[in-house]
Design a protein around this ligand. Sequence first.
Ligand code: F6R
Length: 248
Amino acid sequence: IHNVIFKNSDDASIVIAQEIAALIKEKQAKQNYCVLGLATGSSPIKVYEELVRLHKEDNLSFANVIVFNLDEYYPMEITNVQSYHYFMHEHLFNHIDILPENIHIPDGTVSQKDLYQYCIDYELKINAVGGLDFQLLGIGRTGHIGFNEPGSHPNSGTRIITLNHITRSDAAEAFFGIENVPKRAITMGIGTIKKAKRIVIMAFGHKKAPVVKEAIEGAIKSDIPASYLQEHKNTTFVLDQEAAGELT
Ligand code: F6R
């Protein structure tokens, strides 16, 4: 694991977008697919903005890109503006040339009885295309990655989870009140994420400083799921100065 600290999140986001663009082009040159694991939330917005700019102004094509998003609330309608489906289309997919059949986002409308099999199939789909070449992550104040809340097993796969209270209160504003935030979500597991060949995890702002310190410098433990990334050989924490503020 290593850390890179930028003056601000915009500078950090541009460097991350450049790494993703370079990987897409490298795969294109070999006529290979590029399999990206993507996140939602506030942290990656500028990364997506920059990728859209590279598509429009620099001819970056996403025709060879396959995406698997980390998570989705459950239950959740695809058309709901709070859904991660909506977020990804709004910030990225509607503005690039990715093929619709190459977009995978956990489906918050799957019935309760089909959910178990649905999650297994999501995992199998990732494996069938050779696994994730690159996984982009944010970190929650609980230490979650994806929606792997404290207590998640290091080998966990895609599954339905119960959201932590802190996570739900952080989402309350977007849902106009905590009572409207779904109590559950579908998420890729820690094991799913750790199989990615490359992981970049972003944390911006002073509110993330305590959990960033624990994830990077603390013991590896299920209380802080992001600490499991210490065991991954090709992970970079990309921070701004505020999020890095408590590192020794
Ligand atoms: C989102 C996700 C979450 C967020 C995390 C940080 O798909 O998986 O783990 O990355 O909650 O969210 P922000 O970036 O809004 O601080």
